[in-house]
Design a protein around this ligand. Structure first.
Ligand code: BGC
Length: 358
């Protein structure tokens, strides 16, 4: 994956967008009546976690993570309210029209969604790593799609997914694409998202749809995100990994891959500034547009020292909640994981940083 751009942003005003817990000192913001349901849904997402590196691997188990339902029990017992379910549909669909999704894979994902809903979790199911739509090189198991078909295939996959899940309860939300970037610049993403939204709305007029800005869902691109004004069932997501030099030190898929482990600490005043600025920008945008904000990914990779990861995680989580944002941590059991699949234990300090009250 290309290095993510995390730029310094100018601060906006602080305020309440969607309530996870009572805001600590945030100015109150009341959305217009028509937008209350969206803010309430966003609030209900509360504290969540990504089931990362399971179903968005090119092939299941390919990245060493093997799913079973007991993971969902762990998530519920810990106190998380939402499961973000990253899914790579693009290696499981035909490369040519009608772009049919593999029925076994469909059943597999439907089973996970059902198991999570049965446990009263909210589920945000997405499309992750459709490489060609961003004009990224192909991964293993990914068939090349004709250039003219790349977007059509995206709409066709969502047409199938939306129709398959149309009867599901409101606790299931669709996030149409993880981290649009590169080819999907601001203008192109607005067009592609809008057509996909219309496709989904045919079968799911009321489904909550999650959408983030271009530039890997960076808050700084919110200003260019154009959403259909009459659709008030949209939840806006940002991904937040600032300070990036800390959270991604030594991460093989970034430009920081050659950094040795534990070479950057966290969090001094300038790092905190770097952490808060995009959030304050998101607050200002949210209040202007009357759209709630959900931080769908944040976390620090395992190459940072554990005490610093714990500090960062607590500071970031509190910064979101002080601004009224709800969130989902990246991720459960892999390189950023708060649960160790080898020892089958929680990394207690990290878990506490996320789920504690202080
Ligand atoms: C990507 C992961 C990556 C994470 C943090 C996610 O959106 O899908 O591959 O580990 O961001 O960089």
């Amino acid at each position: 994956m290309n290095p993510k751009k995390r730029q310094t942003l100018l601060a906006g005003s602080a305020g309440l967008t969607c309530l996870a817990v009572p805001p600590l000192g945030a100015a109150t913001y009341q959305p217009p009546k028509a937008d209350k349901p969206a803010f309430e849904f966003c609030a209900a997402l509360a504290r969540g976690i990504n089931l990362g590196n399971f179903f968005e691997a090119p092939i299941e188990n390919y990245w060493g993570m093997s799913y079973d339902e007991s993971l969902l029990d762990l998530i519920v017992q810990a106190g998380f309210k939402t499961l973000r379910l990253p899914v790579r549909w693009s290696t499981r669909a035909l490369a040519t029209a009608p772009f049919t999704i593999d029925p076994d894979f469909f059943n597999r994902i439907e089973g996970v969604v059902q198991a999570a809903l049965k446990r009263n979790l909210h589920v945000v199911m997405n499309m992750h790593h459709y490489r060609q739509i961003n004009d990224e090189p192909l991964d293993e198991a990914e068939a090349a799609v004709a250039t003219k078909d790349v977007d059509e295939r995206f709409f066709a996959m969502w047409q199938q997914i939306a129709s398959r899940f149309s009867g599901y309860p409101a606790q299931l939300a669709f996030e149409l694409l993880n981290e649009p970037h590169k080819r999907l610049n601001e203008t192109k993403w607005n067009q592609v998202f809008e057509r996909c939204r219309q496709t989904v709305r045919v079968t799911n007029p009321n489904r909550w749809i999650v959408v983030g800005p271009a530039q890997w869902n960076n808050a700084q691109a919110l200003k260019d995100l154009v959403l259909e004004k009459t659709d008030r069932r949209l939840i806006v997501t940002i991904h937040h990994y600032n300070p990036f030099e800390f959270t991604h030190q030594g991460a093989s898929w970034t430009k920081l891959k050659d950094q040795s482990a534990n070479s950057v600490d966290c969090c001094d005043a300038s790092q905190l500034n770097n952490m808060f600025q995009p959030l304050d920008l998101a607050v200002a945008w949210s209040q202007q547009q009357h759209r709630p904000i959900w931080v769908g990914e944040f976390g620090a990779y395992q190459k940072a020292a554990m005490p610093a990861r714990v500090r960062y995680t607590r500071l970031a989580r509190k910064a979101f909640e002080e601004r009224g944002f709800t969130w989902a941590y990246w991720e459960l059991a892999s390189g950023f994981g708060i649960w160790d699949p080898k020892t089958k234990r929680w990394r207690e300090d990290l878990k506490q940083a996320l789920l504690g009250n202080s």
